[in-house]
Design a protein around this ligand. Structure first.
Ligand code: URA
Length: 434
């Protein structure tokens, strides 16, 4: 078999066979197929697409490229959740303790942030002492004992995706549905959960810019998951503005804790109720969405979700007192307000740019090796649809460096667009695909 034949076949619109897909993935993972040939194949896939059988074969070939987690030592239905990536997305920190408090087992592998998007693993490290690199035994024990564990992805899990994602990132081949589906689902399938719930982001801060593209991605993700024998649901949500108000690691942890305390509501809580309801119903722990939402709301109201977070932090060597006393979490020394220069209604906030402002302050990484400052970031006070008067603060910058803080004020102001006429907030939950 020759890689040049596979590239030409896909370039001309043909469907690759199971063996051809396995040949390309195995050869690339072993270093036998060079980057230039693999990038040509990715570009051909981006333009020509793949049918369901090819996408499933690609996903399975990637899944088999490394170790797979066997979750059988964990008793009960195991669930996992994945977001296609966004700004201010602290959902896992809220959702996982909520569903674990309702009896579902969460065995989750998460990643670090890269570029303008954050990662759950970095956010969790805001809890003093928290360890994300726990042993497999401790991971299983924690899920059996308290119902949840979140660990960093090991290097051996889907090595094909590590190489391919880095290649796609520099060859303009990220926004291809079969490549995104195989990248996400190979990792989720290799992580072993029975139930997988996906949060597919849609809008200017997401890979999928339109609801139609997001729906196509959601349908393909759920189809591949089902064909691989898992229970899968996807929720399409708005990412035209950051999720919630905080962007930056410890700031997002603080916002998540406020939601679990019942102090913050809005779209963030709504998203967790929607994703959580999908998880509980798919797992058979709730009869329908209404019953599931009642269970989840009860877990907030009676404090059991917050207690679950405390247990989880302690079980991974973090300081549980930091869940109750937010002053124990990292904080930046400098605070600057971003005053609005005119009156009006907020019509748009550039989510991706806000993520870049947080990165500029030191909250994100330009490369995988960069160190990050957990305390810095941005807290938005005005969201799309809000009325603002001249001089109102649009946001607070949390920084460790005066010069960067002043630069961030200007950058952040430029992220906001105002209109004279009132603006209707778009629907936050766009669709649920089951
Ligand atoms: N997230 C992934 O893990 N892979 C993609 O290709 C896109 C988003």
């Amino acid at each position: 078999m020759q890689m040049t034949d596979l590239i030409a076949k896909k370039r001309d619109g043909g469907a690759l066979s199971t063996e051809e897909i396995q040949f390309a993935i195995q050869g690339y993972t072993r270093g036998e197929i060079p980057d230039y040939q693999m990038s040509a194949l990715c570009m051909a896939i981006l333009f020509r697409g793949m049918d369901d059988r090819e996408t499933l074969d690609l996903t399975l070939a990637m899944m088999h490229s490394g170790e797979m987690l066997d979750l059988s030592p964990i008793r009960g239905v195991k669930a996992d959740k994945h977001s296609t990536g966004g700004v201010g997305d602290k959902t896992s920190l809220i959702l996982c303790p909520m569903v674990a408090a309702c009896g579902l087992k969460i065995a989750k592998m998460s990643g670090r942030g890269l570029g303008h998007t954050g990662g759950t693993i970095d956010k969790l490290e805001s809890f003093p002492g928290f360890v994300t690199g726990i042993s497999e035994q401790r991971f299983f024990d924690n899920v059996n004992r308290i119902g949840m564990a979140i660990a960093g992805q090991t290097a051996d899990l889907v090595p094909a995706d590590k190489k391919l994602y880095a290649l796609r990132d520099v060859t303009g081949t990220v926004p291809s549905i079969p490549l995104i589906v195989s990248s996400i689902m190979s990792k989720k399938l290799a992580s072993g959960a029975d139930v997988i719930v996906l949060d597919v982001k849609c809008g200017s801060g997401a890979f999928m810019k339109t609801p139609a593209q997001a729906e196509e991605l959601a349908r393909s993700l759920t189809r591949v998951g089902r064909l691989a024998g898992r229970k899968v649901a996807a929720v399409i949500t708005d990412m035209d503005e950051p999720l919630g108000c905080a962007v930056g690691n410890a700031l997002e942890v603080k916002e998540a804790i406020r939601v679990l305390r019942g102090e913050a509501k809005g779209e963030l809580l709504e998203l967790c109720l929607t994703l959580g309801a999908c998880m509980l119903t798919e797992a058979g722990l709730a009869e329908d969405d209404r019953a599931a939402r009642r269970m989840l709301q009860q877990a907030i109201d009676d404090g059991s979700a917050l207690r679950k977070l405390r247990e989880f932090v302690e079980a991974q060597y973090g300081d549980p007192a930091s869940v109750d006393d937010l002053s124990l979490l990292p904080a930046a020394p400098i605070r600057l307000e971003v005053p609005c220069e005119s009156a009006g209604f907020v019509s748009h906030i550039q989510a991706e740019q806000i993520g870049l402002v947080s990165m500029h302050l030191g909250g994100g990484r330009a490369t995988k090796e960069s160190a990050i400052d957990l305390g810095v970031g941005v807290v938005l006070h005005k969201k799309v649809g809000d009325r603002v008067e001249k001089g109102d603060s649009l946001a607070t910058i949390h920084a460790s460096d005066e010069k960067k803080a002043r630069e961030a004020v200007e950058l952040l102001r430029a992220c906001y667009t105002l209109s004279e006429a009132p603006v209707e907030k778009p629907d936050f939950i766009k669709a649920i695909v089951r």
